[in-house]
Design a protein around this ligand. Structure first.
Ligand code: E4P
Length: 216
């Protein structure tokens, strides 16, 4: 399973890339607004240069024409840019046209398997089912992912599934068990994936025992 970082924070992206396990980045207007960039396009370019993999940038237009215009402008920033398009009928129209123009798309704000299937049919490169936000309203988000995996397998659909709105390590592990292509995760969740108290205790004990060998 590929790992994308769900953030626009340059320092965290640099750290994740240094760890050697980050394949891409997803941003959205909320994540961008948190960073207070003076030049949004320059920031996206820097992120692309650091990651050297797919970087999703979201459009804010609601009509397909506006989405396509924004998409063309964003795509000119770097070959790594993927255009995030909301799961609406106007979004599907834009996806179809952008696919024709060889611009990659990530259909976002997906909350049902039917939305994912329609996005794939329109030609989306990626679909992003939001699991945490479904869990928030007492609907199991990962069940939706399992349904999408089954549907895409049934029809050999090549659109890749990005498990999004990931809130904790269990979402990540379940995504991998289900065979999702990608999980996009906030940096604090990435840190939790590697942390284990028994690892820390083990290192401490080995170092202590090694001291007694050295002192002989
Ligand atoms: C994914 O592409 C989205 O940016 C993100 O996962 C949304 O997560 P949230 O529900 O925590 O805002």
């Amino acid at each position: 399973m590929k790992i994308f970082l769900d953030t626009a924070k340059i320092d965290d992206i640099k750290k994740g890339v240094e760890y050697g396990i980050v394949d891409g980045v997803t941003t959205n207007p909320t994540l961008i607004s948190k960073e207070g960039f003076k030049d949004y396009r320059a920031a996206l370019k820097e992120i692309c240069n650091i990651v050297q993999g797919p970087v999703s940038a979201e459009v804010v237009s609601l009509d397909s024409k506006g989405m396509i215009k924004e998409a063309e402008s964003l795509a000119s920033i770097s070959e790594h840019i993927v255009i995030k398009i909301p799961a609406t009928f106007e979004g599907l129209k834009a996806v179809k046209e952008l696919n024709r123009k060889n611009i990659k798309t990530n259909v976002t704000l997906i909350f049902s398997p039917s939305q994912a299937l329609l996005a794939a049919k329109a030609g989306a490169t990626y679909v992003s089912p939001f699991v945490g936000r479904l869990d928030d309203i007492s609907t199991p988000g990962m069940e939706m992912v399992s349904q999408i995996v089954t549907i895409f397998d049934n029809y050999l659909i090549e659109t890749q599934i990005i498990v999004a709105s990931v809130r904790h390590p269990l979402h990540f592990v379940e995504a991998a068990m289900m065979g999702a292509d990608i999980a996009t995760i906030p940096f604090p969740v990435l840190e939790k994936l590697m942390k284990h108290p028994l690892t820390d205790i083990g290192i401490e004990r080995f170092l202590k025992d090694w001291e007694s060998v050295k002192n002989k």
